[in-house]
Design a binder for this molecule. Sequence first.
Ligand SMILES: Nc1nc2c(ncn2[C@@H]2O[C@H](COP(=O)(O)OP(=O)(O)OP(=O)(O)O)[C@@H](O)[C@H]2O)c(=O)[nH]1
Ligand SMILES: [Zn+2]
Length: 207
Amino acid sequence: MTDQSSRPQPTVSDDGAFDPSPEADRAREAVRELLRWSGDDPEREGLRDTPDRVIRAFREYFRGYDENPVDYLQRTFEEVNSYDEVVLLRGIPFVSHCEHHIAPIEGKAHVAYLPTSRVVGISKLARVVHAYARRLQIQERLTAEIGDCIQQVLNPQGVAVVLQATHGCMTCRGVETPDVTMVTSRMTGAFRDDEKARREILALMGF
Ligand SMILES: Nc1nc2c(ncn2[C@@H]2O[C@H](COP(=O)(O)OP(=O)(O)OP(=O)(O)O)[C@@H](O)[C@H]2O)c(=O)[nH]1
Ligand SMILES: [Zn+2]
């Protein structure tokens, strides 16, 4: 969870400006090579700017490497009138990329926790989801990282994370099987140990 990025930083901000660094040059050349490998001509007009677009898109897809999700959970509120029932953020849309094919993983995350004495701003749960999703992932690890981060930082009575997603590497290539959804979950504390709490949260999530 303390994985601050060690990758080269762009010499210009991610505002669409051209990055003249040697690392960016090498990345653009790698994209050019992939275009050739695919059978096209990277020098033709329509593809001339594509390597630069692709490396800027990669910065967007993978900007989670520059984020520490722990930071998002530092600010908590304690004046909650002893609220200790479930807090659920349902249906957070996310996009990730599978580490095997760099194909999109698109889905929804349902994130819940059972607070002790403090709660976190609700947007922060979505920020944690995106910070882990914007990396190369498999769905199981993404699910576990989200759940474990919230459990470790907030130390609530329990955390429940369920992800449902479709995998581009299954729909657009390979087995070419659309309309299948992968469902994964990470349950901690009360949601893992107490069958009733687990059933209730899954029902609230719509399962
Ligand atoms: N468990 C899991 N598997 C994934 C995930 N994303 C992709 N995969 C699978 O990872 C596997 C990689 O298998 P390989 O046999 O090494 O790769 P491949 O030859 O491209 O496999 P096919 O996709 O079956 O063509 C595939 O079965 C993918 O469907 C994920 O998030 N979790
Ligand atoms: Zn894949």
